[in-house]
Structures are given as C-alpha cells and as structure tokens.
Design a protein around this ligand. Sequence first.
Ligand SMILES: *Cc1c(COP(=O)(O)O)cnc(C)c1O
Length: 389
Amino acid sequence: MSFHIPYGRQDIDNEDIQAVINVLKSDFLTQGPAVNAFEAAISSYVGVKYAVACNSATSALHLACLALGVGPGDIVWTSAITFVASSNCALYCGAEVDFVDINLATYNISLEALTEKLIIAKSSGNLPKVLIPVHMAGQSADMRAIYALSQEYGFKIIEDASHAIGGSYENSSIGSCKFSDIAVFSFHPVKIITTGEGGMAVTNNGILADKMNLLRSHGITRDPAQMQSKSDGPWYYEQIELGFNYRMTDIQAALGMSQSKKIGGYVLRRNELAERYKSVLRGLPITLPTLLESNYSAFHLFIILLTDGITKSRHLEVFSQLREAGIGVNIHYIPVYLQPYYQKKGFKKGYCPNAEEYYSRAVSLPIFPNLSIDQQDFVGSKLGEILKP
Ligand SMILES: *Cc1c(COP(=O)(O)O)cnc(C)c1O
C-alpha cells in the first residue's frame, strides 16, 4: 500500500548513494572493512565498547539471547506491546516467553506490573533469565529501576532499542548499556537510520561480544587461541559452535556509515515535529505521548491514544478515514500474545489489560525527517475533521 503521506520513510541523499557505489567498486561486498568502520562509528556514537553488525535486528536479538545463554528451560520476559521479533528471539533458543503489561502513559513496560510479576515468579520459582525491555517509539524504558530489579532478582537485560538510536536516558545515549548487558538497534528503512535490512548488537562485555561475533558467522573461528587442534596450515579454521550466517554486507554497512552521520540531525528533526504536533493537535479529544524528564526520545513513532472508552468500531472508523485521506497511519502494535501463534501457546485475551486498552485506542501518526510542515498540518486538520463531534 502506498500513501500520500506514509507513517515513516527513509531519507537517502547523494552522499549515501555514492558511499554504496564506492563499495560496489571495491574488493569487498560482504562483511569487510565497511562493516568494521560502521561498528566503530556506532559504538563511538552511543558510547559503548563493542558492536556486532548483523543482517537484521531480529538476528541481533537472537545472538544476544544466545550470548546470554538462553536455552531450553529458561524464561525470557518482554513487553506485551512490541514487534514480534522481541519475543520470537527467545523461542528460537528453545526458551519460553512471557509478557509484562505496559504503562499507558509511556507505552513502555510497566514497572509496577514488572515488580508484581517478579514477586510472584520468585515465589513459584520461575524467574526470567533475561528481560527484554523495548524503548517504545524511541523513548527509553526506566532502565535505572529495571536494572535495580535485575540485581535483586538475578536476571540479565537486553534492551530492544530498535526504535531508539539517537535518543538518550539520564543524559547517556541509548545503547551505552549503562543499565543492561546488551542493546540492539534496527536499521530497517522505517527506523531512525537504515541499511536496507540490518541491525546491531552493542555491549560493554568483551566475552558477550566475542560470542555474538562467533555465532554471527557459523560458529567458525580463525583465532588459534580459540581452536581445539593445531592448525593444518594457513587455510585452517574451526567450527566450534553451531552458528548462523547473520552477517551484514559491506554494501549495507557503507550506507549505514553514511547514514550514521545524520542520526543527530534526524532525531532533532523528529523532536521538532513531535513538539509541533502538540500545537497542530491542540484541543482534539486525544492523549499525546508522555515523555519522562529523564528521556530524550528518538521519536521513531508518534503515537496518540483516542478517547478513553472509545468503541472498537469508532477506532477503526477514525483509522480508515485517515487512510482514505492518504495518510498512512498504522498501529504499533497488536499485543504480541494475541497473535494466533502465541494464543496456541496458551495466552488468552485479558492477559495484559493495559496493552489491550492501548491497542484499542492507539494510532501512529506520520513522523519522519522529510515530513513537511504542510503535510503535518494536513494530518492535524484531517484528524480534527474526523474527530469533530
Ligand atoms: C523493527 C523492530 C525489530 C526488528 O527489526 P528488524 O531489523 O526488521 O529485524 C525488533 N524489535 C522492534 C521493537 C522493532 O521495531
């Protein structure tokens, strides 16, 4: 479906195009010097020691779970409102998944629900091995409090920062891993910067970085220190784990490297548009996203909630009328556990009441660096018309 105004769109300039052309003319097409340079650029941008570029955030999440030892018999928790990849990654490892309800103001994992669930899990002996908080729409979850809980209850933390590169929490860049073991970014075209498809796991822990590196490329090592046998010769390598081909290409990394120079500008522009939405949408019967003082959001998404108690059919009507006007609104996301695949695992409607209420009221409005003022005004006036009593 192609809309006059999509909810999100990449911005590719001539410099980006030239960077890709340069790689196409070079000796390396897949993982090579451009991947190393892109990893170095992102790790220095967010202030973290190690970065592992992958062919998607989904594969980066999978590697992150494996590096933390997630496997059969383990439980991984994530937010009920996220893209399915945040929970599928645990299932790939043979672990179980469970969901924590959200906070209706921030759309992030609810600290109260998390605390309550941890107390119950402790008493029944099924605490999670890993928690995957999601920085929904680009706003960090309350990482200091989540980290404190992880110390008390003994779980590890993977931040799903797919929406959030360029944002910050307590003045540290999202991805600095101050309060987590690993953080993951996505470079899908609707996200803050893009490599077409791509993702990256970042960490300050060298052991986790080495594990993710190894598993990214078949579990194969060329480092004599990691080998079990003596080398047969210069061609020799050893497969010491069962890994995957999750490598990013140099073509993608060159695009990412070029895009990475623009993170600050993109996120600033997104914040200006978000601020401007406040006046564009003033007086409408909707709730705007709540930003906590500790946060600078990357504003991957601008999500409004329609009036409390709105009917399902009215929500659908507002959504459809916006789309008919050429405005590519979307809903991020359907509560993951309501997906048929997860319902088959036993999850039922009613499991996370806030997530379900959110889902019945949420609409993602267009926000991306090249959204024009006129387009934004059009969104505001259309929504105003549609919501007129
Ligand atoms: C986009 C997204 C992913 C998956 O990213 P890919 O790079 O497409 O694999 C995972 N989690 C969240 C929250 C996302 O928005």
